[in-house]
Design a protein around this ligand. Structure first.
Ligand code: 4AD
Ligand code: MG
Length: 480
């Protein structure tokens, strides 16, 4: 008998057929006449009910059907007597594929805290919450490829090991084969990277953008989707040391085209999840409702998860410039809170997350596309605006998340780009390959980066970014 997944049973309702089910026990309830086993195989959030008659299944087998054990069950699908499901499986044979000692198995059929589950990340995907999150994550990743493929964009695999620090923020992880306790030295006493594997210093990529720009200058419209690495020591609910980023890059796009694409893309991803992950999202919504109950009434969210997602899909994002945002923040500050104060004095300061939150969650109550930031707080490659002070940058801010996308129109004019790189002491000789795009056949182009985990957070409603990636890399955390 071939294995049938629970998802297939629920879709096809094969009443009267003999099937084989394989999966892990979530719970077992027994009396002397019958045992009910709730089995889950990960294909859907729903557990499937297996009915075991002690006259057919030996007691020693039933004893081993404890929470976490893996079973292979063959039997007949019959109409369900109970309320929940339309069918259930009458077991003819049960084979215990893998036992799970109830004394030692860490997952009990009760609610565990997310903090506890983070400590056992190797097992947490067996819970409803995490299996739902990872099914949604899968759907979103698939939707990313579908969106761009349907639009004629090409998927480029940019390198993970590189010598460039695209964002110039100096937050790279070094890659070396040298013995760091006694590295080879030059006669001057410097570490001799000529003797290293790549015969130079190298690091893990912080962004595929620069290589993406090279590809866009040949294939017009491309995207990357890969892991990126940042050694920022930020122990927050929004930062990972290893996160996945989607970076489209388009020749012949200006800043407005870029924002249009970004908004359309985000709405597409959310719509895709709403359409394809209904059951999981409903479960995650009910999980959040439970969580909300423990909060003080005035801090509870007015909208459920699904309504929140539909709201973003159905409404236009707000588009304002940095300068307009500063004005709003200046005139806001209803309680004259000190933390907003410094902005009043200084145009040019970077927005802190509380400012972003204010704009998105209090003032507009909508996603906001913030454009035209002061050049001093943005990367060297962004296109300078006419005013000489701002660049054609774009950040997209989401409620509950903050910055979800960062992007810009790129500086395609060689002279201006060189000038900016000099001002920022970026080693121009080392970037010869990047500058060649501006030397040969340069053209206006633009792109952006979507932090994939932040998107998964928004769609699933998970509060901590560590809970939307299977094995989070954060400061002090790289065990498995
Ligand atoms: O704003 P960032 O740094 O932009 C870039 O890297 C550009 N090269 C993108 C481009 O224009 N092609 O990062 C882009 C997004 C952020 O908006 C955020 O969503 C996410 O990446 N991000 C992180 N996500 C998780 N953990 C971190 N440490 C992140 N840093 C950035
Ligand atoms: Mg950014």
């Amino acid at each position: 008998n071939k294995r049938v997944k629970i998802k297939t049973i629920l879709e096809q309702n094969p009443i009267g057929q003999e099937i084989t089910l394989m999966g892990w026990v979530r719970t077992k309830r027994s009396n002397k006449n019958v045992s009910f086993i709730a089995l889950n195989d990960g294909s859907v959030i729903t557990n499937y009910q297996v009915v075991a008659d002690p006259n057919l299944i030996a007691e020693e087998i039933l004893k081993k059907c404890t929470t976490g054990a893996c079973l292979k069950i063959t039997g007949n699908v019959v109409e369900s007597q109970g309320a929940g499901q339309s069918s259930e499986l009458n077991a003819k044979t049960i084979e215990v594929l893998g036992e799970a000692d109830p004394e030692k198995y860490p997952l009990q059929p009760k609610k565990h805290s997310l903090e506890f589950l983070r400590e056992i990340a190797h097992l947490r995907m067996r819970t409803n919450t995490f299996s739902a999150v990872f099914r949604v994550r899968h759907a979103l990743a698939f939707a990313v490829h579908k969106y761009f493929n349907d639009k004629g964009f090409f998927y480029i695999h940019t390198p993970i090991i590189t010598a460039s620090d695209a964002e110039g923020a100096g937050e790279t992880f070094k890659v070396t084969t040298l013995d760091i306790s006694k590295p080879p030295r030059t006669p001057e006493g410097e570490v001799d990277f000529k003797q290293d594997f790549f015969e130079r210093e190298a690091n893990l990529t912080v962004s595929g953008q620069l290589e993406g720009e090279l590809a866009a200058m040949a294939l017009s419209e491309i995207y990357t989707f890969g892991p990126t690495f940042r050694a920022e020591n930020s122990n927050t609910t929004r930062h990972l040391a290893e996160f996945w980023m989607i970076e489209p890059e388009m020749a012949f796009y200006d800043a407005e085209d870029n924002a249009d694409l970004a908004e359309d893309f985000l709405k597409y991803l959310i719509s895709y999840a709403l359409e394809h992950c209904q059951e999981d999202l409903k479960f995650l919504q009910s999980r959040l409702e439970e969580e909300e109950k423990s909060k003080p009434a005035d801090q509870r969210s007015e909208m459920g998860l699904l309504d929140k997602l539909r709201f973003v899909v159905d409404n236009e994002f707000v588009r304002i410039t940095y300068t307009e945002a500063i004005d709003i923040l200046r005139n806001s500050n209803p309680n004259k809170k000190k933390k907003f104060q410094y902005l009043i004095e200084s145009w040019g300061a970077d927005l802190q997350s509380e400012h972003e939150r204010y704009l998105v969650e209090k003032h507009f109550k909508k996603p906001v596309i913030l454009t035209d930031y002061p050049k001093e707080i943005k990367s060297f490659y962004m296109r300078q605006n006419e005013d000489g002070k701002t660049v054609a940058a774009m950040d997209i801010l989401f409620p509950g998340i903050g910055e979800i996308i960062g992007g810009s129109q790129r500086e395609e004019r060689l002279d201006l780009l060189l000038k900016r790189m000099e001002e920022l002491h970026i080693p121009i000789e080392e970037m010869w390959w990047f500058l060649d795009t501006r030397r040969f056949g340069s053209t206006p182009h633009a792109g952006f980066g979507l932090g994939f985990e932040r998107m998964v957070q928004f769609v699933t409603g998970m509060g901590n970014i560590r809970d939307v990636i299977a094995f989070p890399r954060t400061p002090g955390n790289a065990e498995f």
